[in-house]
Ligand binder design. Structure first.
Ligand code: HXC
Length: 514
């Protein structure tokens, strides 16, 4: 055969495999409102940047009629490409090929591209759309999942791992996304559960739809398994591109620096916090007033909204923001907020992203529900994450910093490098009303006018403790600053911290309160 003929034969072979499960299966996929695996990859990556590997891998199963089945690419597409010029490794399960089910060879294609990502130190993106373990392969499929989970764990903290759920992700399959750093879901398309509705009905006698059991909103709002929620696949792919542009691509490099830009947010930073300390406001306005171009990519936007986390840039460089959100539950820390923030802090620390903490909260949420849900264990994760983090850590106390929350929100005592407070900050063991009611209980009860006495004692407490100056006098706050000075001071603190080199005692690893 001439070279020309060989090339033609190759093209024909490729064209057949690239058709995936065939026209009928593709039509079904499209009818479900889904893109095909190949379309997803091409839409996510830079034009003409995708190179596919292992296209001709075939399964070796011979049971249950599998010997006669030819599965294009064994149901998964793997390869490398770029997103805005940044190299990445990617795999996408092809639901048109036997429901994207995972057999051993399918899994080995995935583990091979994961190993590649680890060696090349580039992000690994997995697009999940699969009926789970290929039932015909039995143990081979289970082995495959185990090998993926092992690599997810080894890669954790080395390269960013991104999971995109664009179809079913059922059974043990959900644990690979759960081990990765960011999970993306799309309304009406993503479904994640350990046991499906049919199993639940047969075991528990309860009827529930796939959507209500493990749809996109369930994971974005209730479980917190999903970090990003989108209304369409296109929006989801754009979110991934934005995230990739902001985060470092391994633990050995910095995020790409872009041209520094001033914030564009129009609201005066001095006008964001209401004069009445009981009035809520949106802490994201403070972030918009501080970040370059007022751009902020919020992570876990719909889950535990009493704390806000996400990425922005300062002087063109990526930072992580952690901020209490007074708009929800007054910005208290509870089990979910603690989990949410702690994990984000650990991501930032693992990938050398400085953390800016904006504090305004009345402490940990009291109540039987929280106590029994384990607020002690969950809350401790925040303390652990901040204490352990060695990246530059800067805190600005905007208003309230009460009790355990004061300590937890990256206080000086947990190793903050810079502690700033706005002049209206209240740093105390608890809110002035609660404090006065406890320590002046007798005086209040014995007074002729209880209310007047209470108000007087609250005022005394506020004057004594509910301000930043007691903490500043002890050196726990480095500077009491005007809101308008905040951005400049943060830029300065970040510049000063550029070569920060912190000490942690040698150990195999710590034992955080998981
Ligand atoms: C083999 C599978 C499959 C699987 C789907 N298919 N899932 N084949 N193993 N796990 C095949 C179907 O037989 C069908 O083949 C094709 O894929 C498309 O599936 P449909 O059922 O027609 O699609 P749809 O109606 O959209 O339903 C999707 C689904 C359903 C909800 C995902 O297929 C389903 O319930 N599948 C089984 C899910 C499951 O129980 N998986 C095992 C989980 S246990 P044809 O030839 O008809 O087109 C597990 C353990 C892992 O994953 C543990 C790791 C630790």
């Amino acid at each position: 055969m001439t070279l020309k003929k060989n090339i033609l034969a190759l093209r024909q072979k490729k064209a057949i495999v690239e058709k995936g499960g065939g026209d009928k299966a593709i039509q079904k996929q499209v009818a479900m409102g889904k893109m095909t695996a190949r379309e997803r990859i091409l839409a996510l990556l830079d034009v003409n940047s995708f190179y596919e590997y292992d296209l001709f891998v075939e399964h070796e199963e011979t049971n249950f009629g599998m010997e006669s089945k030819v599965l294009a690419g064994d149901g998964v597409i793997t390869g490398t490409g770029t997103i805005s010029g940044a190299p990445i490794c990617i795999y996408a399960q092809d639901f048109t090929v036997m429901g994207g089910s995972l057999g051993l060879k399918h899994a080995r294609k995935i583990t091979k591209i994961m190993d590649h990502a680890m060696k090349m130190k580039v992000p690994c993106i997995g697009i999940n759309d699969s009926g789970g373990a290929r039932i015909q392969e039995g143990i081979g499929a289970l082995a495959g999942y185990g090998e993926i989970f092992y690599r997810n764990t080894m890669a954790s903290g080395v390269i960013p791992q991104i999971s995109v759920i664009l179809g079913p992700c059922a059974g043990g399959a959900v644990y690979s996304p759960a081990l990765t750093d960011f999970v993306f879901v799309v309304e009406n398309i993503s479904k994640m559960f350990i046991t499906g509705p049919n199993v639940i009905e047969s075991v528990l006698g309860e009827k529930i739809s796939q959507e209500d059991l493990g749809g996109a909103r369930v994971h974005a709002e209730i479980t917190g398994n999903a970090h990003f929620f989108a209304l369409s696949e296109k929006e989801c792919l754009n979110q991934i591109k934005e995230l990739i542009s902001l985060i470092p691509h391994s633990n050995q490099v910095k995020a790409v620096k872009i041209k520094p830009q001033k914030p564009t947010f129009k609201k005066n930073i001095e006008k964001i916090i209401p004069s009445d300390p009981k009035q809520p406001y949106d802490v994201r306005d403070v972030i918009f007033a501080l970040a370059d171009e007022s751009k902020f990519l919020e992570v876990h936007e719909l889950w535990a909204p009493n704390i806000v986390i996400g990425f922005g840039r300062m002087n063109g460089e990526t930072v992580g923001f952690v901020a209490n959100q007074p708009m929800y539950l007054a910005g208290v820390l509870d089990c979910d907020a603690s989990d949410k923030a702690a994990r984000f802090i650990r991501f930032c620390d693992a990938f050398n992203v400085p953390i800016i903490t904006l504090e305004d909260m009345p402490g940990y949420l009291p109540g039987v529900d929280q106590e029994h849900a384990g607020v002690i264990r969950h809350g401790a994760k925040m303390l652990y994450a901040y204490s352990e983090a060695t990246v530059p850590k800067i805190t600005v106390i905007l208003r309230k910093a009460y009790g355990g929350g004061y300590i937890a929100m990256n206080s000086r005592h947990l190793g903050a490098d810079f502690m700033f407070a706005w002049p209206g900050a209240e740093i105390a063991v608890m809110g002035p009303e609660a404090a006065a009611n406890i320590i002046f209980r007798k005086e209040i009860m014995e007074a002729e006018d209880e209310d007047a006495m209470r108000q007087q004692k609250v005022k005394e407490y506020i004057e004594k403790f509910a301000n930043p100056y007691v903490a500043a006098a002890k050196g726990y706050i480095d500077a009491v600053i005007e809101p308008l000075e905040t951005r400049e001071l943060l830029l300065h603190a970040l510049a000063v911290s550029k070569n920060k080199d912190d000490y942690t005692p040698p150990k195999k690893h710590g034992i955080p309160p998981f």
